[in-house]
Design a protein around this ligand. Structure first.
Ligand code: HEM
Length: 324
């Protein structure tokens, strides 16, 4: 198992598409309803964490977003020609251009409410252990509305290896190469990784521990009938089928990126979540490709990942449907 990373051009860091306004509404309501799940910081007063959050914040709102998406983010300058605020032209909200005068909690909240992306900030810590660069990376802060099957709250303050404890064979097959990659990732480089899973009866907000026995008890082996495919209206946006109907089965995929912030030395792990109803995958002619990918997961180098993703429950029914 390899990290499977690919280098990206820096302008491709974040994706804004036609679903942005609707998904922002979901984000804003989650920030209201579950503030302590959606936003996390180990310590508001830690100078390194403050530097990292401020650095990410001003890079996003002062530099990247107004340059890359000027039709959404418009900067305003003060009398001395400094950018002091940014207007979100879709929502009409006006936000500070940097985070120096606001709490870190508010900074992360503004990020969640304006960008359809989840962010995790990790800082290097010196260690006596034999690790690449003699450091380990620890999760210090996050804004995460759409985590899939884990609780970010449980991960805060943990090292990368401990964050991945539920992932089968992580220690044996991934840990070394990932630690090496983190130690070597230089500022200015952006890398991407795609993950995917089939999810059943899950919303974008899926903030619960999927690896625990409680969850396993709630999932039974599915048949094609359980996929509930007929409930979907062909007229609604794919991403919102689940809001408008009772559809149950999606291909859920995250476009994950990693980059290092030059001043704070933090590494930012960010991801954008896609949900595609499996009917759409089949309708666009990619059913066999997905069925083959499921076969590959089952027979791949780490078949335990298939179990970790609850494959025993959904794989046969989904493949039968995709190949029907
Ligand atoms: C080189 C970068 C990374 C690689 C190769 C990687 C790999 C993986 C893999 C293979 C899984 C199992 C699910 C899947 O297929 O995605 C996973 C899960 C996960 N990863 Fe990563 N990861 C990376 C970076 C990170 C970072 C920086 C974080 C920081 C928060 C993170 C947090 C998680 C979490 C929370 C899970 C779910 C664990 C659970 O089930 O509780 N990953 N990762």
């Amino acid at each position: 198992m390899k990290p499977g990373l690919e280098t990206l051009g820096c302008s491709d860091f974040l994706i804004f598409d036609k679903t942005y306004p609707e998904r922002l509404k979901i984000r804003r309501s989650l920030v209201q309803q579950h503030p302590e799940d959606v936003i996390g910081i180990i310590s508001d007063s830690d100078a390194r964490i403050r530097l990292a959050v401020e650095e990410l914040y001003s890079h996003l709102f002062k530099i990247y977003l107004p340059a890359r998406y000027p039709s959404i983010f418009k900067t305003t300058r003060d009398k001395t020609d400094h950018i002091n605020s940014v207007e979100n032209l879709i929502t009409g909200s006006i936000i500070p251009a940097d985070a120096e005068s606001i709490s870190l909690h508010v900074a992360l909240k503004i990020i969640s409410e304006n960008i359809d992306e989840d962010f995790f900030i990790l800082l290097p810590h010196k260690t006596d252990e034999d690790t690449p660069g003699d450091v380990v990376y620890v999760l210090e802060a996050y804004s995460a509305c759409f985590p899939s099957g884990f609780q970010p709250r449980d991960k805060i303050g943990k090292r990368l290896a401990d964050i991945h404890r539920p992932v089968p064979k992580y220690k044996e097959k991934l840990q070394k190469s990932m630690d090496r990659f983190f130690a070597r990732l230089e500022a200015g480089r952006l890398v991407k990784r795609i993950n995917w899973a089939i999810t059943v009866d899950e919303e974008l907000y899926s903030n619960f521990d999927k690896s625990g026995p409680a969850f396993e008890g709630t999932l039974k082996k599915m048949t094609m009938k359980d996929l509930d495919l007929n409930k979907v209206s062909p007229f609604c946006l794919p991403l919102f089928h689940h809001i408008l109907t009772d559809v149950q089965t999606f291909l859920r995929s995250e476009r994950q990126t990693l980059h290092r912030l030059p001043a704070s030395d933090a590494i930012v792990f960010a991801f954008h979540t896609y949900l595609y109803p499996i009917q759409d995958i089949k309708a666009e002619g990619s059913g066999e490709d997905l069925a083959l990918a499921i076969d590959g997961l089952q027979s791949g180098s780490v078949p335990e990942i298939f179990t970790y993703k609850n494959g025993e429950k959904w794989a046969d029914a989904v493949k039968q449907y995709l190949r029907s």
